[in-house]
Design a protein around this ligand. Sequence first.
Ligand SMILES: [Zn+2]
Length: 802
Amino acid sequence: MISRLFLSLLLVFGCVSVWAQDGPPTGKYGQEDKFRQLEEILPTPNNYRTASGAPGRGYWQQRANYHINVELDDENQRIIGSETITYLNRSPDSLNYLWLQLDANIFARGSNAATTATRSNISRLSYNQLKTLLVRETFDGGVNITSVHDAADKPLKHTIVKTMMRIDLDKPLASGESFLFSIDWNYRINDCKVLRGRTGYEFFKEDGNYLYEMAQWFPRMVAYTDATGWQHKQFIGRGEFTLELGDYLVRLTVPNDHIVGATGVLQNPEEVLTEVQRERLKQAETAGKPVFIVNPKETAAAEKAKPTGKKTWIYRAENVRDFAFASSRKFIWDAQQHDVNGNVVMAMSLYPKEAEPLWSMYSTHAIIHTLNVYSRYTFDYPYPVAYSVNGPIGGMEYPMICFNGPRPEKDGTYSKRTKYGLISVIIHEVGHNFFPMIVNTDERQWTWMDEGLNTFLQYLTEQEWEENYPSRRGEPRDIVSYMRSTDQVPIMTNSESILQFGPNAYGKPATALNILRETVLGRELFDFAFREYARRWMFKRPMPADFFRTMEDASAIDLDWFFRGWFYTTDHTDIAIENVRLFEVDTRDPDVEKPLKKSRGEKPDSLSKQRNQPLEKHDDLFPELKDFYSKFDADAVTGAERKSYQDLLKGLSEEEKKLLATKKNFYIVDFKNYGGLVMPIVLRIEFEDGTNSELRIPAEIWRRNNKQVSRLIITEKPIKGLILDPHLETADVDLDNNYFPPRIAKSRFQLFKDGKKRNEMQKAQAAEKAAEKAKAAEKAKDSVRAKDSDKAKDSETPVVEK
Ligand SMILES: [Zn+2]
């Protein structure tokens, strides 16, 4: 309803044209300050990390270089490796011991992952799930550490603590020094189809071959940082990997009929590739589209053959935080070289025939598209290769190589979900090269820093793949049901403790960044700040505060309320239009105002009055009873009132007269915040003449009262209605209260006929009847078959069907 009230002239003159009204005078404030600065909860800036969110003057990080020899035992599905690590202590601290990660111990019996797994109900299990539960009880995929020794071959004292291993140093490793040591190890590889994980093998029953996607397969240095010291929070399965950057030289020995893909550049193609394969790789440099290095026909032949020996593939990778590889005789291999702003990248895909025809069509294209778009929003992809591999793992990222699961049906057809699921997961996993492979975050602690930022860029990249790409995450409207849900924790929660993992660590931060970009900062400011963050922390290790601070530092917009609300709370957006009131200027002219006042004050006749109308009235029978008051009209304008108005005008200046004649409409709109999140108010104003305009009010309107605010809107034209968040850009969870006047919610209901359920006796009788019928049919078939076989025996020539 639009109510009409009068403003006194003084009030109108005294106001600026736009203002926000404070909340009710409660005496004490009584609400939390949603705009309170984050400084109190962020770590104090220091020499390593500045208050602007950049690496500080004294920023340092450790470095670990690896030389690894590893054999993939395809007969027994084992890894046998030996490595030499050069650990560079660039911290200002001296270290008495070193910590390494033994991730394969997650598959050891009695691991934290196994013993702390919870399950409240097993009333329904798939065969595969039961198999997983049973195999988990017996499989031991833990690492056997067979030797730890220093450069002089002297054994080093080491202690294994579940998925971590401490090496005690004879003398402390001083700041600036390096330490060289070696480890030999081996372990059983997990069947990834049964014991899921981010690594493992897949066995193909049909052709008897294995496909390996190998990750977390060697003892890796625990990260030692200025923010956490050793980040050796145990690997339980959710929180991913916090790692040091370094250079790798890896010799991978595999059956000589395997095709390998790995982090880094192949150093000995002439030893492991055929001349034809090398020639095709050369063609891929200029072909402009994916070229088969190993084509499906060649793979089909390899699948049927046996290896005649072993081959060692040698890879070198510089400035990477990890090393993964894939190996199988089942791999089809395609490649296309692509130039990312001057950096030449070989984009490659490896996949078994089971992945066709989807993979040769989309995989390498998706890699190249991802490198292009991500580079535009962050920094140019710096590595020389980028692989996408199909195997048992649904989606997992490593430097320069990622594992992606989707495959078509056996007959080669596929659902829409599979097609876009494949393109999306490749974009996502290749995209992880940027976060966290290069912008090297602490994944064990903060999942959102890689998954959230990456899912945000994934959304932008998907939207540039094709018109109306069906992105799962990124649009504010798609996060609404999660934001409304009760079973949730803030984004700033340790990875292992997150509830609703996908929406919390992927969907919500991705959506928050999209809202920050489109609604809070605008694209230009956001893109500048986001790129600044990516570039500041390229090959470095940012913490949450560095992101929050950089986004403010580069945009000049206070975003503490935004990060506080979206990242530290579970509040949601639900803003409502509570009321709208219209004010107009009182002209003070009695000939205008009195009739208006009368018409506004008019009330409908009461029911009694209406019904009493026909009754004869006493004073009509005796007209002499009527006097002055019988005819007096209190609403009529008097001469005295007109004179007083003229006197008022005489006392006004020309400017005041003009102001008094203002014909504008002054609306006061009351907003209420039901969701808790303070957010910008986006308001579409629809006018009575059919036109409309849009008002975008920054979130600071809530700065003194985050529960309810009122806003004055001055218009020439009368307003017909208001719509809050007309583009659905704020993830407002209740749209019903976004309209003024409210709208009738439209829906449909279905009609059905009353049916009676069968009782148990009826069901038993029906089953009996069906069994009899089936028996009879079988009998009839048998007699036909007997006749046919008699006929066939009679005939000399085979029966040819027409
Ligand atoms: Zn991810």
